[in-house]
Design a protein around this ligand. Structure first.
Ligand code: HEM
Length: 304
């Protein structure tokens, strides 16, 4: 139902608009004082792109952003999380009903596909809500984690500043080495099997470690080294097989644009704290960086 809206070509069509959103947010960043780049940039950028890709009306922006942030913050307050999920589903249902006529955006495609198939409205609502949740938090995190990777590896950062065309392959390496979605969702073994020296009986639940596989020296060479060429592109940060990430082309476009614009306009960007002072949150399945304090130089902005 949704795959034609998530091709590399569809993502590419959004690059120009993503640059505009990035430039607007960068223009509002404070000079000469530390600020949280997750709040000021990563979160609003990935949210706005996703809302527009979905075709959700602009007047829902603030409410939906608040609820999505509550969902993303997770744990803490289960009542707030359940209420936020109800709000998001209600909004998606209202928007799907409005989009019976063909219009741009994923919601319109899903509304049309649901009408011409056996899919129920509930299924369409749950697909759109799943895409919103899957597309927001992890992409926001990856913008922050990739930026942290660049700001803490001087040689990688200078190579990209000197030659911005290296950014796409650098991003692939950064997400290979440090993904914010290190495990798949749960799989269930349908038959007895043996993988390496581990026996898995039929019916057992299995979690696959994408983060572990991404650092397998047999596939990528010694840890810490930059993998190159075909080795690099074999990483599993977007999963593999039937559940391969639907939004991978969009995420790649967002990451390269978000990092590219920020570094182009502010090559002097630096961390405002020591990496050891950063607070990471999350369990085994997600690793979350809520805040990433950075500093822009005091100089005048380079015009977009
Ligand atoms: C850098 C950002 C992203 C990363 C690292 C990432 C990672 C992943 C991974 C590892 C999976 C597979 C999970 C599994 O096998 O159980 C997945 C699935 C998925 N992702 Fe992403 N994702 C990202 C961005 C996005 C975006 C932007 C969207 C949509 C707008 C999206 C939508 C989805 C959906 C719908 C699935 C489920 C696919 C299925 O089960 O058929 N993701 N993602």
């Amino acid at each position: 139902m949704a795959s034609k809206d998530f091709t590399p070509a569809a993502a590419e069509r959004f690059r120009h608009r993503t640059r505009e959103i990035a430039a607007g947010l960068i223009a509002g960043m404070p000079r000469g004082e530390g600020f949280d780049v997750m709040d000021a940039y990563a979160r609003p950028l990935t949210f706005t792109v996703l809302r527009e890709v979905m075709g959700i009306a602009a007047h829902h922006h603030d409410g939906l952003y608040r609820w999505m942030c509550t969902l993303d913050a997770g744990s803490g307050d289960p009542v707030a999380v359940t209420a936020a999920l109800d709000h998001v589903e209600d909004l998606v249902r209202t928007e799907l009903r409005r989009r019976q006529a063909p219009e741009a955006g994923l919601l319109a495609s899903i509304a049309a596909a649901a009408q011409s198939s056996d899919a129920t409205e509930d299924e369409a609502v749950s697909l759109c809500t799943m895409v919103l949740i899957a597309g927001f938090g992890v992409t926001t995190q990856m913008v922050g984690v990739c930026l942290l990777g660049l700001l803490t590896q001087e040689s990688v950062l200078s190579a990209v500043l000197e030659n911005p065309s290296l950014l796409p392959e650098t991003v692939e390496e950064l997400i290979r080495k440090d993904t914010s979605a290190p495990f798949t969702t749960v799989r269930r073994a349908v038959a007895d099997m043996v993988i390496g020296d581990t026996s898995i009986p039929a019916g057992d639940d299995v979690l696959l470690s994408l983060g572990g596989a991404n650092r397998d020296p047999r596939a990528f060479g010694p840890a810490g080294l930059h993998a190159s060429g075909s080795r690099r592109s074999r990483h599993l940060a977007f999963g593999h097989g039937p559940h391969y990430c639907l939004g991978a082309p969009l995420a790649r476009m967002e990451l390269t644009t978000a990092l590219g614009e920020l570094l182009r306009l502010h090559p002097e960007l630096s961390l405002a704290v020591e990496p050891s002072e950063l607070a990471w949150r999350g369990g085994y399945q997600h690793r979350v960086l809520d805040k990433l304090p950075v500093l822009l130089g005091p100089g005048p902005a380079v015009t977009p």
